[in-house]
Structures are given as structure tokens and as C-alpha cells.
Design a binder for this molecule. Structure first.
Ligand code: FES
Length: 190
């Protein structure tokens, strides 16, 4: 199995953190999945050898956790929160809108392999639902008409350029504008 130098370095680093190689199993599985999109039989064999375990020790972890995939998701993977706070704000409808626009049912990959949708439990941003994660970017309050436009942008691959939808992560990266209150505070300090 071919892995990038970067992933191999990360795997060695993570194994080195534990007194027993076996303790790094889940972390190594995640690193392999991040690069390859899923954990194939070949990956199971490779990880087992790396950690000096039997393949069955890796299979038992891979088959236990639902977030570990045996087949890859689509090129663009969309996660929609289904837990109560987001559900009360319309996440079921948001998921249906995405399914219709992207032409794929939740839990599946579109025939052309472009899109997949996962309707899943809490995405850890419960105050601003419905929360949708596209690949690694988190979007809040995706509902109603906005959900229609959002789904359209995901489909066209233009979401990152649309100023109406700023991901949580991109919002953090932007410098905060000074408020009137903070300007006054700064002036008092001088
Ligand atoms: S309930 Fe949706 S992010 Fe937690």
C-alpha cells in the first residue's frame, strides 16, 4: 500500500506517543483513512503489520466504529446534523434539499462518485443549527431558502467563493473588526 511521506511521518509520530504500539490503532486508522478515503483489506493488513498485530485486531476496530469507512465517500462529502437542536431548526428538510439537488440519498454515494451525504448525530455546534459540514468546512443556520442556494453552490462547486456562506473555520481566520466599545477601551488605555 502506497502512503505519502507526510502520512507515514504522522503515523510514526503517533505510534511513538504510546508505550504500546497497539494503543495507536485508532489514530493510525484515521490517518490512513484521511489519505485513502477508506480502510480497504490491504490497509487492514498494512496497519496490522505496522503495529505488530494480527489483521483481526484491526478488523474488530474498523467494523465497530461507524465513522470508519470500508468504501470511500464521494469527492465532495456533506454531513448534516440530525440531532434534536438542529432537527428543531429544520435539519431534516435541509438534508432532503441536499439529497434532491445533489442527486444522492443520505448514506450513499452518487453514481458518478461526485457527492455523498451523511445524516448524522451532533456535529458539535448546536447553538447555530442546522449545521452542515462540507468536506472539512462547517456551515451554520443552513435552512429554508438559504438551504436551496447552499445546495446549489455545493453542486456547482462554488460554495467557497459565495460570500453569503462563510464557514465557521474561515470566519475564525478573518481579522475581527474593531467595535466602537473596543475602540473606546483602547483610547482609555493610552
Ligand atoms: S445538535 Fe446539531 S450540531 Fe449539535
Amino acid at each position: 500500500m502506497e502512503l505519502s511521506k507526510d502520512t507515514l511521518t504522522k503515523i510514526d509520530e503517533v505510534i511513538g506517543r504510546y508505550p504500546e504500539k497497539r494503543s495507536a490503532t485508532l489514530m493510525v486508522i484515521h490517518l490512513v483513512q484521511d489519505e485513502q478515503g477508506c480502510i480497504t483489506d490491504e490497509a487492514v493488513e498494512w496497519i496490522a503489520e505496522k503495529l505488530e498485530l494480527q489483521p483481526v485486531n484491526i478488523y474488530e476496530v474498523v467494523t465497530f466504529y461507524p465513522m470508519i469507512r470500508r468504501e470511500p465517500w464521494g469527492k465532495t462529502h456533506v454531513r448534516v446534523c440530525r440531532t434534536l437542536p438542529c432537527a428543531l431548526r429544520g435539519s431534516y428538510k435541509t438534508c432532503r434539499t441536499l439529497e434532491e439537488k445533489l442527486g444522492v440519498k443520505e448514506g450513499h454515494v452518487s453514481e458518478d462518485g461526485e457527492f455523498s451525504i451523511e445524516f448524522m448525530e451532533c456535529l458539535a455546534d448546536c447553538g447555530k443549527g442546522p449545521v452542515v459540514i462540507v468536506d472539512e468546512k462547517t456551515y451554520e443556520d443552513v435552512q429554508g431558502e438559504a438551504a436551496e442556494k447552499f445546495a446549489e453552490q455545493v453542486k456547482n462547486g462554488t460554495l467557497a467563493k459565495d460570500r453569503n456562506f462563510t464557514s465557521y473555520e474561515d470566519g475564525l481566520a478573518k481579522p475581527r473588526k474593531k467595535t466602537v466599545a473596543s475602540k473606546k477601551k483602547g483610547a482609555r488605555r493610552k
